[in-house]
Design a protein around this ligand. Structure first.
Ligand code: ARG
Length: 585
């Protein structure tokens, strides 16, 4: 279905043409003075230059063409040449009624379907998930859902950090504790045990212990480095240990991401890129793109137009080791082979922006991606505590994601216990949903690039610009709908009976344009701002309108249809943001 602004613009363009002017001048926008009118067209101003005539004269001629059009209840030319427009109640009701019939609420699919890879999550295997990984998961998941809604083919790739020193540290530590295990017996040729030699909680203890030890014990650090090297060069027993670490960690990661309502299509990691490194480096060398610098192999990425220095991309260190950038380049080789993407979006901490700048430039220079492939870095800011410093536990340690989710859920649980609305097991489930909304909306409602302050009280409040407020709005609507005697699905939109109804209807018509912007800019905060506004109009409407006691059945059905559509748009929106509403709260 056509967007409302396109429909109105087509009519106004027709009027420009009928008055003898270029129809393209008839572009209509939402009014920036809602107190004066609903929509406006400023085309008479450029027309004045083009046709050497006073803008108000042109506006008057266009208005004359529109005066009898049933689409509008008001068409007015005001100085110096604005055309102010209000939709007629029937035209508005007709449009909103059609939105209600449409499963996409009037949101068009993208004109061109793209294949997109989103690189988000980025947890480091065997290291606990902490809040730094929270933002990537929350933002990436939402953008993935938004892209998909527009019909794009999206692969969400978790891109685990599964190939670094942490693996060597774990192997070295397990070896010290259990030297008798077959993984460490070079003469062992049999099959290694199926069962891992540790549980996830043991693994979570092993890594920090090993990491701390390596800082004070040089011999141990050396062992860990050697283990990393031997693992990466294919030592059989270490490979088997790595498989165990991965199996145990991935199962745990899946559990944690599921709690966040975050899903990945591809569980790939840095290790999966390794086979692509050798051929990639050979190709780069053959093309003569790299040079040697103090024993290292580097690729220059500085460009003439740069105002700041962009250091070369280091591909191989002097000791032969490859780096983060090498792996990211090889991952692009693999993505090109497997997905042939039109776009690759990285949702990563903004402090990694230089890294990605270098990788993108190197990938283009080396022809790893096609010239038309879009490489985009969406760098997010830090989640800070109330002290303005990176968020920590009360004891000052690194906050683990699991604990954060648990604390938010318990906080919300206590709150809804006070209200006495939901009981028993349902209360815990409800608390979980509200907590997720608080956490995710608190994050997504900010411009991603900005730092923000995590404020549990504020994020979980039922009033204000919060996730729980949006849920509360949905739940209140659901409660009215459940009390309605008639058939909700048969109720149809009626012309607005009061100002609040009209405002709500107009807000609904803005869904498509807001979502299009949100997708274009990969900016879930635009959708948050929109639903906050929509929820405000919905609350105002049912405060000012007696819905359940309305005696005229047709009028009442119109109210029901209107709030039901509002509920559907809100629920669709929060699904795109990655959370859902409970039945009661
Ligand atoms: N594992 C990395 C970290 O924790 C994030 C990975 C981001 N993605 C990428 N393709 N480099 O910092």
């Amino acid at each position: 279905m056509e967007k409302l602004l396109d429909l109105i613009s087509a009519t106004v363009s027709g009027a420009f043409a009928a008055a003898g002017y270029d129809g393209a001048l008839g572009r209509v926008t939402v009014s920036n003075r809602p107190d004066l009118c609903q929509f406006q067209c400023n085309g008479a101003m450029p027309a004045a230059k083009q046709y050497r005539k006073a803008p108000i004269a042109i506006a008057n001629e266009v208005v004359a063409q529109l005066q009898t059009d049933e689409m509008f209840s008001k068409v007015e030319a005001v100085n110096p040449g604005f055309i102010n427009l209000n939709l007629s109640e029937t035209a508005l009701a007709d449009y909103v009624g059609r939105m209600k019939q449409d499963s996409r609420f009037g949101v068009p699919l993208a004109e061109k379907e793209k294949t997109i890879v989103i690189d988000y999550g980025g947890p480091n295997v065997a290291k606990p998930l902490h809040v730094g990984h929270l933002r990537s998961a929350i933002i990436g998941e939402s953008i993935k859902r938004i892209y998909r809604y527009f019909g794009h083919k999206v692969t969400g790739d978790i891109h685990m950090g599964d190939w670094g020193l942490q693996m060597g540290l774990i192997i070295a530590e397990v070896q010290e504790r259990h030297p008798e295990l077959p993984y460490f017996d070079d003469s062992f040729t049999g099959e290694y045990p199926k069962e891992p030699p540790f549980t996830i909680s043991e693994l979570e203890e092993i890594y920090p212990a090993a990491s701390a030890k390596s800082k004070v014990d040089a011999a141990f650090a050396e062992k860990a480095h050697t283990a990393t090297y031997l693992l990466q060069t294919g030592k059989r027993g270490y490979q088997a240990m790595w498989d165990h670490i991965m199996a145990v960690s991935v199962a745990d990661l899946k559990k944690n991401y599921a709690k966040l309502n975050v899903e990945f299509d591809a569980w790939l990691g840095e290790s999966d890129a390794q086979p692509f490194i050798e051929p990639m480096l050979a190709d780069i060398k053959e093309k003569g793109l790299c040079r040697e610098s103090e024993g290292a192999l580097v690729l220059d990425v500085q460009e003439e137009t740069d105002t700041k220095e962009v250091p070369p991309c280091i591909l191989v260190k002097s000791d032969g080791a490859t780096l983060y950038a090498t792996t990211d380049l090889a991952t692009l080789v693999q993505r090109e082979r497997d997905f042939h993407p039109d776009k690759v979006l990285y949702v990563v901490d903004k402090r990694q922006s230089l890294h990605f700048e270098q990788v993108f430039r190197a990938a283009r220079k080396a022809g790893i991606v096609r010239p038309e492939t879009e490489l985009q870095f969406l760098g997010f800011g830090t989640m800070n505590g109330k002290d303005g410093k990176p968020f920590k536990t009360r004891e000052g340690g690194v906050m683990r994601l699991e604990r954060l989710i648990r604390e938010v859920t318990e906080f919300v649980y206590a709150k809804i216990q006070e209200n006495n609305i939901v009981e028993g097991d349902a209360a815990m489930e409800t608390a979980g949903k509200i907590a997720l909304a608080a956490l995710k909306y608190g994050d997504l409602s900010n411009l991603a690039t900005k730092d923000y302050i995590f404020d549990l009280d504020r994020f979980s409040a039922f009033e204000g610009n919060t996730g729980p407020y949006i849920l509360y709005t949905i739940v209140r609507i659901k409660s009215i709908l459940s009390k309605y005697q008639g058939d909700v699905s048969a109720a149809t939109i009626q012309p607005a009976a009061n100002d609040a109804a009209r405002d709500l209807m107009l807000a609904l018509t803005r869904f498509a344009d807001n979502l299009i912007l949100c997708c274009r800019d990969s900016a879930p905060n635009i959708l948050c701002a929109y639903i906050y506004e929509l929820a405000g109009y919905a609350n105002k409407f049912y405060h000012e309108t007696k819905i359940l006691t309305e005696e005229d059945p047709q009028k009442q059905a119109g109210y029901i249809a209107l709030i039901d559509l509002t509920r559907a748009v809100l629920e669709q929106s929060i699904d795109l943001l990655g959370f859902s509403a409970p039945e009661k709260m």
